[in-house]
Design a protein around this ligand. Structure first.
Ligand SMILES: [Cu+2]
Length: 284
């Protein structure tokens, strides 16, 4: 924070990401990670996000869901601000005028390739009025999928692999850049209000399903849903471009699956055992 402005830095760069123990994919990400770091701000903040381009081609960042001036929106094909050339940086700066909610950021240049290389992350506008009394656990999960080259169907072995962003025959499906059983479990205790924020900027819509609980859908695309209009469900389809916030109360102890329901998305390259876009909710 300098003179009332919150400064952030994102470095768009090649990233070798370990999606399973010993299995690395050569994608593109931010600050060494796929997805990039989750940015957290408050309503009314002035932010300056310096984006360095260490990729071998031009890129941009679009602040997905934010109501900001067109010069800062990061879509060089139709908007006034040109793409960031390799070796250069650009300062995206704007005021946060949206209310608290879950948003995302991602490349909006040569998106057909760059989004599928992994260039995205979470952008959360926190609620300054919310306290630990309201929500005891607050998770963000970005859903992504990749076509990893060089493996036969059913084969998963340690190595460093190229991905083909133009091939939509996806074989690896991630939550926050990892496949089950390498995904991070969601830890909870009994009698807690748990929020999970789901985001997707990839190709495929993912129906995310919880076991042993019903969840309330509390926000769509970063917009809070009035309490009386909230649906109770146990599966929610998260399409490309969408964020959904869901909340549930922990009253059923155990280890519970939380996963995409498309059969081949909960497998690593069609293997028999569970993998892919799958994690567990673990009561401690
Ligand atoms: Cu899926």
């Amino acid at each position: 924070m300098i003179n009332g402005v919150k400064y952030f830095e994102l470095v768009a760069e090649p990233v070798t990401r370990e999606i399973l123990p010993g299995v690395f994919i050569k994608g593109w990400g931010y600050n060494g990670s796929i997805p990039g770091p989750t940015i957290q701000v408050y309503p009314g903040d002035y932010v300056n996000i310096r984006v360095y381009n260490k990729l071998p081609e031009e890129t941009s960042i679009h602040w997905h869901g934010l109501d900001i001036p067109v010069t800062m929106d990061g879509f060089p094909d139709v908007e006034p601000t040109p793409a960031i050339k390799p070796g250069y940086y650009f300062d995206y700066h704007f005021k946060i005028v949206n209310p608290p909610g879950t948003h995302m950021y991602h490349t909006h240049h040569f998106a057909v390739k760059q989004e599928m290389m992994g260039l995205g992350g979470g952008f959360i506008i926190l609620d300054p009025k919310e306290s630990k009394k309201d929500i005891q656990r607050d998770y963000f999960i970005m859903l992504q999928e990749f076509h990893v080259k060089g493996l036969k169907i059913g084969e998963v072995k340690p190595g460093v692999y190229e991905i083909d962003p133009m091939n939509h025959d996806f074989n690896f499906f991630t939550m926050n850049g990892r496949c089950f059983p390498y995904t991070t479990p969601l830890l909870v205790k009994e009698c807690e209000n748990v929020r999970i924020r789901l985001g997707n900027i990839s190709e495929i819509a993912h129906p995310i399903h919880i076991h042993g609980h019903q969840f309330s859908i509390t926000a769509s695309d970063g917009n809070t849903i009035p309490t009386k209009n909230r649906m109770l469900k146990n599966t929610i389809l998260v399409a490309s471009g969408e964020t959904w916030d869901i909340e549930f109360f922990t009253k059923n102890p155990g280890i519970w699956p939380f996963h995409c329901h498309i059969p081949h998305h909960m497998s690593n390259n069609m293997q028999k055992q569970t993998g892919g876009m799958f994690t567990t909710i673990i009561y401690k």
